[in-house]
Structure formats: C-alpha cells, structure tokens
Ligand binder design. Sequence first.
Ligand code: SF4
Ligand code: SF4
Length: 137
Amino acid sequence: MRALVDKVLKLCEEITEKIDACERCGKCCKSPLLLPEDVKRLGKYAKMFNKNGACPFFVEGKCEIYEIRPTVCRIYPFMFLPHGLFLINIQECRLAREIYRILFPNERGERNIVKVAITKLEEMEKRMINLRNPDTY
Ligand code: SF4
Ligand code: SF4
C-alpha cells in the first residue's frame, strides 16, 4: 500500500513540476499538514508552521524551504482524501486549471474538485514524456 502511495505521490510531483503554470500567487500556501517523514526532513522548521494561518515560509512569491517542502506542497493541487486522489481548487488555481484541461480535454464544466484515477495520471505522464521526445511516437 505504501509503495502505491509513494508511486502516486511521485507521479503527482512530476506532473505539477513539468506543467509550468503556477503563477506563485500563494493562495495554496497555508500551513500544511505534516506527515511523519516531513517532520523528520524539515527538522527545526517543522515547528514553525502556524496551525491555521498563512505559511511563514512563503516570502515574496517564493517558498523559502522549497527543497525540503512538505509532501502536500509537493503534490498540490492534487490532494489525497479518504476516498481517493483529487484535483482541487480548479477555479482558483491556474496550475489546477491547466492540469484539469489536460486530464479532461472534453469537459468544459465549472468543477472545482474532481476525482482522478491513477491510470489517468499515468496516461498523462506518458503523454508528457512523448511531447518531450517526439521520436518515441
Ligand atoms: S499552485 Fe496554484 S494556488 Fe498555489 S501558488 Fe501556484 S497558482 Fe497559486
Ligand atoms: S512550505 Fe512552501 S510550498 Fe508549502 S505552504 Fe509553505 S511556502 Fe507554500
């Protein structure tokens, strides 16, 4: 189970990094929930998040701890919920809108959250690799 979660986290992170659509508005930079591995990686910084407020590490449009940022930040605007993986805040986040457009090219709804099947993510990742390497068609 953990291996599957790690695989999905990696896929989400790769996709969000490759799609250059984040406008660094900081709307997603609220103090995140930390997983045990985040607390370990963040060390002294783990205690500096406020429970309910804006993230103290978002400064002038940049994450000051980008290299060691928490898992939820790495995969945003994807989010794991108890009933699956979701793409969230589609209306407010430019990066989420772009991912939605690629994942669901035939949908033109006003959805703000959508469940994403892992197979869809894998297809998207493959298509992105093909776009970068035209010879693989
Ligand atoms: S991921 Fe979305 S909400 Fe967060 S800074 Fe980028 S555009 Fe803004
Ligand atoms: S750690 Fe970085 S990416 Fe995560 S909420 Fe704070 S500023 Fe945003």
